[in-house]
Design a protein around this ligand. Structure first.
Ligand code: FES
Length: 237
């Protein structure tokens, strides 16, 4: 296997020729923050939280998709890199509801953790926020599209791994939506309720439905008939 040597933050790293900068940094024990990246999925490079400085490059590069080259010199923690990551994270947060205490993923949210790790406690950008309806149509999953950060992890796991293709990107720019086609619910789609989208979602945009969700839905919409079944009794012999 052909190998290359590069320098990351002053460390010489020997990696396979087809590795990414992120993989090389991991090999050197260096942590680069990521958000749209998931180790089980093909990288997409769309959040730009993992940007690094590469000597000679005209712009910062996303470490999760940038391939290494021999004698490359990479810096992962310069003021320029830190500022760019913060800006990118703030732009994601600017279109994300900051209702963490009432969110299903509170304290188990990659976006929340990243903001904590990077010391981002306020957002300097203000703009229109999407207000998209919740999708509770599925017996197994709940979608909250206004919490989606467009990382595409659910789309990649649904298409590349599960080969179901129930979720995709639709529209462009501010009108971009991730899910079944706009106007359709999850229950109208080819979703097989495998739950892999919920497992890979870094935030609270899609999660497994619980009995509690059905009860809350019934309170919010009394016309919706919800049957809550008691768990079967356990027989002790
Ligand atoms: Fe690399 Fe999102 S983690 S671009």
């Amino acid at each position: 296997m052909e190998m290359v040597t590069l320098k990351i933050d002053g460390h010489d790293v020997l990696v396979e020729k087809n590795a990414t900068i992120l993989q090389a940094a991991e090999k050197a024990g260096l942590k680069i923050p990521t958000l749209c990246y998931h180790p089980a999925l093909r990288p997409d490079g769309n959040c730009r939280v993992c940007v690094v400085e590469v000597a000679g490059a005209r712009s910062l590069m996303a470490a999760c998709i940038a391939p290494v080259t021999d004698k490359m010199v990479v810096n992962t923690n310069t003021p320029l890199v830190r500022e760019a990551r913060r800006t990118n994270l703030e732009l994601i947060l600017a279109n994300h509801p900051l209702e963490c205490p009432t969110c299903k993923r509170n304290l188990n949210c990659e976006l929340q953790q990243l903001a904590l790790d990077m010391g981002v406690s306020e957002v300097h950008y203000q703009g229109r926020q999407r207000e998209l309806p919740m999708d509770t149509s599925s017996p197994a999953l709940v979608r909250e599209p206004d919490k989606c950060i467009y990382c595409g992890r659910c789309v990649r796991v649904c298409s590349d791994v599960q080969a179901v293709n129930a979720l995709d990107f639709f529209n462009r720019g501010f009108d971009t939506e991730v899910g079944p086609p706009p106007g359709y619910n999850l229950n109208d789609s080819v979703c097989v309720q495998c739950g892999q989208c919920a497992t890979t979602c870094p935030v609270g945009a899609i999660y497994e439905k619980s009995v509690v969700d059905d009860v809350w839905q019934a309170i919010a919409d009394p016309n919706k008939h919800v049957v809550v079944q008691a768990a079967p009794a356990v027989q002790v012999s």
